[in-house]
Design a protein around this ligand. Structure first.
Ligand SMILES: Nc1nc2c(ncn2[C@@H]2O[C@H](COP(=O)(O)OP(=O)(O)OP(=O)(O)O)[C@@H](O)[C@H]2O)c(=O)[nH]1
Ligand SMILES: [Mg+2]
Length: 202
């Protein structure tokens, strides 16, 4: 018996393609917020209270209400389509957790580097990390209330990005906005991967 279309899908539900995406960026830029906003499962978080001892190291300018920080990772999941599921891994933002990044980055298809225009230079380390390892990344400017707005091209210039690296503006608290970011990340990563697979022209 040959099953077709809907009948076939009922008997053999689609096995989704699963992709691993990193959510990276500097301290307090909204990584945990973004993973929490889009995840369709209760996100796994590893938050610890910020201590007075960390105050000189991690500037809270603009995020004065921040009380906790990620000490290992965030984990969430979102289905972009029935057959496409993203596993999201949010990195810790404090420099002392750099040693975790290689573990988190293993097998990642692509990454989003969240940026805050008030502290753009905090994004350099993450950008550098992905450039060195050839991991396709997209920059997403998290537009905090009260922060000045800049066009995407100005941000690209300020961060000295390749012209092909997408820069998008978002609100990490909004599910729809965060989902748009992830779509941009996947599209860019797939396009970059396809270009790399093309044989060099002779
Ligand atoms: N106004 C505003 N506040 C935000 C936004 N995103 C995050 N916040 C707040 O900013 C603070 C930092 O957010 P987090 O999501 O913890 O940032 P993070 O990048 O995970 O921080 P670390 O893990 O410590 O590096 C929190 O107090 C959030 O409530 C935003 O888009 N707008
Ligand atoms: Mg966090």
């Amino acid at each position: 018996m040959v099953l077709r279309g809907a009948e076939r899908r009922r008997v053999f539900p689609v096995e989704p393609v699963t992709l691993k995406i990193l959510v990276a960026g500097g301290f307090g830029v909204g990584k945990t917020t973004l993973v929490g906003a889009v995840s369709e499962i209760k996100p796994l978080r590893t938050e610890e209270l910020l201590t007075e001892a960390g105050r000189p190291l991690d500037s809270l300018e603009g995020v004065e209400e921040k009380r906790t920080t990620t000490v290992a990772m965030d984990f969430g999941r979102i289905s972009l389509r029935e057959d496409l599921v993203l596993y999201l891994f949010g990195t810790p933002g404090q420099d002392r957790f750099w040693f975790l990044w290689d573990e988190l980055a293993t097998g990642a298809l692509g990454a989003v580097v969240l940026a805050d225009t008030r502290r753009l230079s905090d994004s350099f380390a993450a950008i550098d990390y992905f450039e060195r390892r050839g991991i396709a990344f997209t920059v997403a400017v998290n537009c905090f209330d009260g922060a000045e707005r800049y066009p995407a091209d100005s941000v690209r210039e300020a961060l000295d990005l390749d012209s092909g690296t997408p820069v998008v503006l978002c609100d990490a608290r909004e599910r729809g906005s965060a989902k748009e970011v992830l779509i941009a990340v996947v599209e860019h990563a797939l396009k970059t991967g396809a270009l790399r697979r093309q044989p060099a022209a002779t």
